[in-house]
Design a protein around this ligand. Structure first.
Ligand code: ASP
Length: 312
């Protein structure tokens, strides 16, 4: 188990063999995630869910995953209710919780925060989103969703749409897509919100084929999967003005019908805001709620890997 007792901070730690194994374990976890089977694999283990930025899916699906495997979960939400509001450093907070829990999930507004936490923690830290940096477990569930919806990730054409500059999910997902064969990436965003050069450099180094496409219609026309994201308004000084940047990059029924692409698979890490219209929700390829549900079995598999547990 290559991930045994490791911190999961970045997708750079993951190889194709890790992904294949995690997805096989996630398959085994599916009935437990749905409550059709029970498990006490993690009985006596404690997860600390440390969320210093807003979250619904990540926090609750990590919690659900741990509890469905028989473990217990403690949660802290928001800086204002933690000792950080009194000026405590992230490092000191982690050193303290290290003595309470067997494993921690950390979401924090600062890029690099998960690596800082990992540097001082004896117990494994899982990056649940470090500001505009990375979101490795979201990328794993995104890939798992692509595999479930399309049959395979190999050979898929994925359009990444929206705020590619600040969107940590697309930073992690694009890098992990490079582990697969024959994948093509189509990047489309408002000009000021393009994919950062450091991510493009990683894609180049990994030999992933990608192209920048200026219009949403052209990107959708060429893709099997539309991965839509919202403007990360909380990373801007003026969130209201920021939200307007999405104009021209909104996926809706009129656009999909006009280009004859109502068959496309639509994914979104959620929450959506003004970037993905509810008028596409009835399309067979509108997979974002199914995608969000897959967060539970994938996170169960990650716990099994890191804590060295195997389901019968
Ligand atoms: N929920 C995802 C994240 O935490 C996507 C988003 O917030 O837009 O990064």
């Amino acid at each position: 188990m290559p991930l045994l007792n490791t911190h999961l901070v970045s997708v750079a730690q993951l190889r194709r063999t890790d992904l294949d194994r995690i997805f096989a374990v996630a398959d085994r976890c599916l009935p437990i995630a749905r409550g059709e089977e029970t498990s006490d694999l993690l009985r006596g283990r404690l997860l600390a869910n440390l969320f210093f930025e807003p979250s619904t899916r990540t926090r609750l699906s990590f919690g659900a995953a741990f509890m469905r495997l028989g473990g217990a979960v403690e949660t802290t939400v928001g800086m204002q209710f933690s000792s950080m509001a009194k000026g405590e450093t992230l490092e000191d907070t982690i050193r303290v919780i290290d003595g309470y829990a067997d494993i921690m999930v950390l979401r924090h507004p600062d890029e690099g925060s998960a690596a800082r936490a990992a540097a001082v923690s004896q117990h494994p830290i899982i990056n649940g989103g470090d500001g505009p940096g990375e979101h490795p477990t979201q990328a794993l569930l995104d890939l798992y969703a692509i595999a479930k919806e399309r049959g395979s990730v190999d050979g898929v054409k994925v359009a990444l749409i929206g705020d590619l500059k600040h969107g940590r999910t697309v930073h992690s997902l694009s890098r992990l897509l490079a582990c697969f064969e024959g994948v093509e990436l189509i990047l489309t965003s408002p000009p000021s919100l393009a994919m950062p050069d450091k991510v493009l450099a990683d894609l180049d180094a990994a030999g992933l084929r990608y192209r920048l496409v200026p219009t949403l219609a052209d990107a959708l026309a060429a893709a099997d999967v539309a991965y839509v994201t919202r403007i990360q308004a909380e990373r801007f000084d003026d969130p209201v003005a920021a939200a307007r940047l999405i104009s021209g990059f909104v996926v809706n029924l009129e656009l999909l019908e006009s280009i004859g692409r109502t068959d496309i698979t639509i994914l979104h890490p959620l929450p959506r805001y003004n970037d993905l219209s509810t008028d596409v929700d009835h399309l067979p390829g509108a997979a974002y709620f199914r995608q969000s549900h897959l967060g539970v079995p994938v996170r169960m598999a990650i716990f099994c890997e890191i804590l060295g547990k195997e389901l019968a």
